[in-house]
Design a protein around this ligand. Structure first.
Ligand code: NAP
Length: 425
């Protein structure tokens, strides 16, 4: 029975679901040997450095990833950067198929005046900062004014707003980075606006996340009821199912507003950002609204308006995505997940997406190449293998235990590598 060697670049949800789809498609005629490459010393992608730490349930999908990773046909090569430690050409040469699953990690820009001021940052920096991504621990997040503005009407904007407006003690039993918990405890921010450029019927939130908001124990959530009623009138009698459940969830929030807490999240619709004001640092944001210009005084602005993929030499990119046709890139290269279709959908969306691409990949396979092992090209590199990652994972979980946290994350690259060190020799 032929065994095909497949390289997956990127150890996030899309990468693991591609591995799972390969395993599911193995039969009496073919099997797969899967090597997964990851630039960071830790796998799990957005499940580790994207998902909000106050939503631990979403992270339980990592159990599925670990089951795939402990399969006999699977090897992890973390701390290995494709385009630097190995070239895309080397992968295409040594593997029967190469699957790109590198996601989209670059925050889109608004392109307005003041965007580069201190205190203006993208969710693409803020989120990995509070999630202990080793390249983002130094992000400057000024939280000394009483108001923050989050721009965007999607689930990332909601995550960011919640993290800024939570009572920080609620983060103690989570895996939020130590430095972020400390900073949130010192934060003067008490009011967080979510500024959405269109009406409520066009907001990109999903209703489960909206329905979670009233459960916040120490934060008021304010939505203007008239705005939601107007949106309900605009969509008429037969709105799309998702739009209806979003509007229902928002109406419920609007009709059950709390005002007793000293921390508040408030939704603003029809607010299009026009300019970020300030001298050396952000002092306010100017919006165009149907009633004219409005300025909100604020020392922190976080944009959550989508992401682009970061270019990797040897892979064709266009408009923030890998150039592809239904996941086929060129030669034996394929792409899955956000790098393929852009930053949309929840984690589970990547499962069906990967399965469809793996079906095409299976159609394209001919005779296996049986080339030499890639490991010989990585002799001088400290590769973090699955065993090493398991050591990092165990060390983090053990460090979290006395603090009743699911884990206490290593903050720097060196800390993470030190956790794995015992397995290197
Ligand atoms: P998103 O859902 O696409 O939302 C992006 C938002 O940014 C939209 O409201 C968009 O408004 C707005 N926007 C874009 N350009 C703008 C501009 N120039 N000025 C003002 N607003 C602008 O993206 P996301 O929030 O980054 O989320 C990405 C994906 O991850 C989504 O599918 C999301 O559901 C998922 N996610 C899920 C969870 C969860 O399930 N808990 C958590 C986080 C993320 P327009 O519609 O007007 O363009």
């Amino acid at each position: 029975m032929p065994t095909y060697k497949v390289a997956i670049v990127g150890a996030g949800p899309a990468g693991y679901f591609a591995a799972q789809a390969l395993n599911n498609s193995a039969d009496n005629d073919r099997s797969f040997a899967i090597d997964m490459f990851e630039r960071l010393p830790t796998p799990w992608g957005l499940v580790r450095s994207g998902v909000a730490p106050d939503h631990p349930k979403i992270k339980t999908v990592s159990k599925v990833f670990e089951k795939i990773a402990t399969g006999e046909n699977f090897r992890l090569f973390a701390n290995v950067e494709i385009g630097k430690d190995l070239s895309v050409e080397q992968l295409q040469d040594r593997y029967d198929a190469v699957i790109i699953a590198t996601g989209t990690s670059l925050g889109k820009n608004l392109g307005i005046i003041g965007e580069n001021l201190r205190g203006s940052l993208s969710a693409a920096s803020f989120v990995p900062w509070y999630n202990a991504h080793p390249e983002f621990s130094g992000v400057d997040v000024p939280m000394d004014s009483d108001t923050a503005v989050v721009i965007g009407g999607g689930n990332v904007a909601m995550d960011v707003a919640r993290m800024l407006a939570l009572e920080p003690k609620e983060l103690d039993p989570t895996d939020t980075a130590d430095h972020a918990i400390e900073a949130f405890k010192k934060s003067a921010i008490r009011k967080v606006y979510i500024a959405i450029r269109r009406g409520a019927e066009h907001a990109a939130f999903t209703s489960p996340e909206l329905r979670d908001l009233p459960k916040l124990e120490h934060t008021n959530v304010i939505i203007n009821e008239d705005e939601i009623n107007a949106a309900i009138a605009r969509v008429g009698d037969s709105p799309e199912k998702d739009v209806k459940s979003n509007l229902d969830a928002m109406l419920h929030i609007a009709q059950n507003q709390k005002t007793e807490h000293d921390r508040t999240i408030e939704f603003l619709f029809f607010h299009t950002p026009k300019e970020i004001q300030g001298n050396n640092q952000v002092e306010g944001v100017v919006f165009s609204t149907p009633n004219g210009e409005v300025t909100i005084k604020s020392g922190l602005v976080v944009t959550a308006i989508g992401y682009n993929a970061i270019d990797i030499p040897g892979i064709p990119f266009e408009n923030g995505k890998v150039v592809n046709s239904d996941g086929r890139v060129n030669g034996n290269m394929y792409v899955v997940g956000w790098a393929k279709r852009g930053p949309s959908g929840v984690i589970g969306t990547n499962k069906s997406d990967a399965a469809a691409v793996i079906e095409l990949l299976n159609q394209d396979l001919s005779e296996p190449k049986n080339k030499n092992d890639i490991a010989e090209l990585l002799k001088d590199k400290k590769v973090v293998t699955q065993k090493d990652w398991e050591a990092i994972n165990a060390a983090e979980i053990a460090a979290g235990e006395p603090l009743s946290k699911p884990r206490r994350k290593g903050i720097t690259w060196d800390q993470l590598m030190a956790h794995a060190e015992i397995y290197f020799f």
